[in-house]
Design a protein around this ligand. Structure first.
Ligand SMILES: [Fe+2]
Ligand SMILES: [Fe+2]
Length: 139
C-alpha cells in the first residue's frame, strides 16, 4: 500500500554504530527523540506541526539534562554546545510560529523532513559524542 511504503521510507532508525554514545542518560534521550520524530503521520500536514511541538518540549528537557551534566562536571566547551542547543530550539519555535499559514505549514514539513535528521546525525557525531567521551573520563 502506498501510504505504508511512504511511512517506511521516512522512518529514521536509531543506528547503534552512529548514534549510541554509551552514556545511559543521553542514549535514552536520543531514543526518545527518534520515537517522537518517527511517530509523525506523513500523510497529514497538521501532524508535522503537532509532532514538532512535542519534539520542541522534549528537546528542552533533553538539552537541559545534557547541560546539567556539562555544568556538574565542568565540561570545557559547554558554551559552544549550549549555543547550538539554543539555536535549534529557536529554529523549532520559528517554524512553529510560521505554521499559522498553509505556506508556513509546508515550510515546517520541509524543515522536519530534511533538516532535523541531518542535524540529529551531525550533533550526535560531533558535540554529543564529545560530551559523552568527556563524561566517561570524569564520571
Ligand atoms: Fe543530545
Ligand atoms: Fe547536545
Amino acid at each position: 500500500m502506498n501510504t505504508l511504503r511512504k511511512t517506511e521510507e521516512f522512518y529514521k532508525p536509531f543506528e547503534t554504530e552512529k548514534h549510541q554514545l554509551n552514556n545511559d542518560v543521553m542514549d535514552e534521550l536520543h531514543h526518545e527523540f527518534l520515537d517522537i520524530y518517527n511517530s509523525v503521520d506523513t500523510t497529514n500536514i497538521k501532524s508535522f506541526q503537532e509532532k514538532l511541538t512535542v519534539l520542541l518540549a522534549h528537546s528542552k528537557k533533553h538539552f537541559s539534562q545534557e547541560e546539567e551534566l556539562m555544568d556538574a562536571y565542568g565540561y570545557p566547551t559547554s558554551k559552544e554546545h549550549k549555543d547550538e542547543h539554543n539555536k535549534v530550539l529557536a529554529e523549532m519555535q520559528y517554524f512553529l510560529d510560521l505554521s499559522r499559514t498553509l505556506f508556513g505549514q509546508k515550510m515546517l514539513k520541509a524543515y522536519y523532513m530534511e533538516k532535523i535528521p541531518s542535524w540529529f546525525d551531525l550533533h550526535l557525531l560531533s558535540m554529543d559524542s564529545d560530551l559523552a567521551y568527556f563524561l566517561k573520563k570524569v564520571q
